[in-house]
Design a protein around this ligand. Structure first.
Ligand code: SF4
Length: 116
């Protein structure tokens, strides 16, 4: 094993890629992006990592999970520019404009309170 690491052999992911959330991903990305590069930040109630196809939870009840596209610990409450929403099997309740209103409302209070 140590010899393989010295030779740069890749280790398999802890959770097989085809069993991670999102499931449609059949191969790991050639490389992951840095959090700063993809503008990783606080998410919105309706748009956050927890409902992104690239997010995966750890096995136990932990605060941090991960992302198939972005390096490091990822919280379900985060968001980045690569966000792609999971399809909701229950179907949408809100219209696009209602969703936008909620995002604007959240953004207004986030800015007013100086929350990053
Ligand atoms: S929003 Fe970005 S960081 Fe979060 S799970 Fe999706 S791709 Fe990964």
């Amino acid at each position: 094993m140590i010899q393989q690491l010295k030779e740069g052999a890749r280790q398999p992911p802890a959770v097989p890629v085809n069993r991670q959330r999102g499931g449609g991903v059949t191969a790991p990305p050639a490389f992951k992006r840095g959090q700063a590069e993809v503008n990783y930040r606080r998410g919105y109630p309706l748009r956050q990592c927890g409902v992104c196809v690239m997010y995966w939870h750890r096995h136990t009840h932990q605060m941090w999970g991960g992302c198939t596209q972005v390096h490091g610990n990822i919280t379900p409450y985060g968001l980045c520019d690569l966000y792609r929403e999971l399809r909701n099997p229950f179907g949408p309740v809100l219209s696009t404009s209602e969703r936008k209103d909620i995002e604007n409302h959240f953004e207004y209070h986030r800015t007013r309170k100086g929350i990053r």
